[in-house]
Design a protein around this ligand. Structure first.
Ligand code: GAL
Ligand code: CA
Length: 342
C-alpha cells in the first residue's frame, strides 16, 4: 500500500515537472494553426499551390503536433482580405500565410499581425522591400520572376531557330504578348525578360500587340480574338505570362477554326494541370514550371517553425527573409516528369 502511494506520489511529481518544464521553455507550442488568405479563387495557379500547401502541412502532423489550416479567399477585394486576416487571428491562428490582393498595400495586414505578434509569410505576390522591412517577423516565399521570362525566351528562341515559326518568311517573328495583372511583379518582369532574352538570342522580333488579360483564360480568349480580327493570320508567336492565358489564346484559334498551318506557336508559364496537358498535346510549344511543390514545402516548413518557435537554420534565405524557388523549362521532351509529380 505504502509502496503504491509512494509510486503515485513520485509519478505526480514527475508529471508536474514535465508540465512546468514545458511551460518554462515557453514558445514551443504543440499546435500549428495556419491562417491562409489568398487573393482570388478564380486563379488556377494559386489554387493549385494552396492544395499543395495543405498536403505539405499534413506531413507535419504527429501525435504531439496538431496542424490545421483555415483558408479564406478575398474575391479580389483588399478590404475583404483585411477583414479575413483579422478573423483568422481571432479564430486562433498562430501563423499567417498571405497572398495579397494588392501587393503594393499590405500595411493594414502587417499592422494587424504585428499587434497580435503573429508571424506573417507572404507568398506568390511579392510586397515591395520597404513593406517587407516594416517588421522582423515578415517573410516571403515565391519564385525568381526574372528567370521565368528568361527561360520562356530561351525556349522560344530554340523553337524559332529550328524553323517553321516565321510563316510569312520575312525574317522577323511577328508576336503578341498576353500579360497578367498590370502591377504584378511576375507580369512586368516576365514580359521584360522574355523580350530581352529573344533579342539577346539574335531573334528579329516585330511586336504586333500587348494585351492585359489578368491571368485569366476567358479574358485572354477575348483579347486574342480581337487581335486575330486585327492581324488575321499574321501572328507567329504568342508569349503569355501564364498558362491560363495561353490556353485562352488557343481557345480563340480553336473557336475561329484556324488550322495547324496558320496558327502561331504558344508559350506559357506555370505548368498547371491545364498547361502541362497542353504541352503534352502539342498545343503549347512549352511552358515554364512555377515550382508549386517547392514553394508549398518551404511555406509549410516555415509555418511550422514559426508557430512552434522552432529553428529556421535548415531554410536558406536570401536577404534574410526571402525564399525564392527556381523555375524549370517544360517541353514535350520532359513534360511527363512533371505530369508524374504529386
Ligand atoms: C503568378 C502565376 C500566375 C498567377 C499569379 C497570381 O506567379 O504565374 O498564373 O497565379 O502568380 O499572383
Ligand atoms: Ca514573320
Amino acid at each position: 500500500m505504502k509502496k503504491t502511494l509512494l509510486t503515485l506520489f513520485l509519478c505526480g511529481v514527475g508529471m508536474f515537472c514535465l508540465c512546468s518544464c514545458g511551460e518554462v521553455s515557453g514558445n514551443t507550442s504543440q499546435k500549428v494553426q495556419v491562417g491562409v488568405a489568398y487573393y482570388n479563387q478564380t486563379d488556377t495557379f494559386v489554387r493549385e499551390l494552396i492544395d499543395c500547401f495543405k498536403n505539405e502541412l499534413e506531413t507535419y502532423k504527429t501525435e504531439d503536433l496538431e496542424v490545421t489550416a483555415m483558408v479564406r479567399e478575398a474575391a479580389g477585394l483588399e478590404k475583404t482580405q483585411n477583414e479575413q486576416v483579422k478573423e483568422l487571428i481571432d479564430a486562433g491562428c498562430n501563423v499567417l500565410c498571405v497572398n495579397l490582393v494588392d501587393r503594393a498595400d499590405p500595411s493594414e495586414i502587417i499592422d494587424t499581425a504585428r499587434e497580435h505578434d503573429i508571424p506573417l509569410i507572404f507568398f506568390n505576390r511579392e510586397p515591395v522591400t520597404e513593406d517587407m522591412m516594416q517588421w522582423e517577423k515578415i517573410y516571403y516565399v515565391g519564385a525568381i520572376a526574372r528567370q521565368s521570362g528568361e527561360l520562356q525566351g530561351e525556349m522560344a528562341a530554340e523553337v524559332i531557330k529550328n524553323g517553321g515559326v516565321d510563316r510569312n518568311g520575312d525574317g522577323k517573328i511577328q508576336y503578341v504578348i498576353l500579360e497578367g495583372e498590370a502591377d504584378h511583379q511576375d507580369a512586368i518582369i516576365r514580359t521584360e525578360n522574355v523580350v530581352n532574352t529573344l533579342n539577346k538570342e539574335g531573334i528579329n522580333l516585330e511586336k504586333l500587340s500587348y494585351q492585359i488579360a489578368n491571368w485569366n483564360r476567358a479574358q485572354a480568349e477575348n483579347r486574342m480574338k480581337q487581335m486575330i480580327r486585327q492581324y488575321n493570320d499574321e501572328v507567329e508567336l504568342v508569349l503569355s505570362n501564364n498558362d491560363d492565358m495561353a490556353a485562352g489564346a488557343v481557345d480563340a484559334y480553336d473557336e475561329l477554326n484556324y488550322t495547324e498551318d496558320n496558327r502561331p506557336v504558344f508559350f506559357g508559364v506555370d505548368g498547371t494541370s491545364v498547361g502541362l496537358q497542353a504541352v503534352k498535346d502539342g498545343d503549347f510549344a512549352g511552358t515554364v514550371y512555377n515550382d508549386k511543390e517547392g514553394q508549398a514545402s518551404v511555406m509549410a516548413e516555415l509555418s511550422v517553425a514559426l508557430a512552434t518557435g522552432g529553428s529556421l537554420d535548415a531554410i536558406t534565405f536570401e536577404n534574410e527573409r526571402y525564399v525564392y524557388l527556381p523555375y524549370l523549362k517544360v517541353t514535350a521532351d520532359n513534360v511527363d516528369e512533371f505530369l508524374n509529380r504529386k
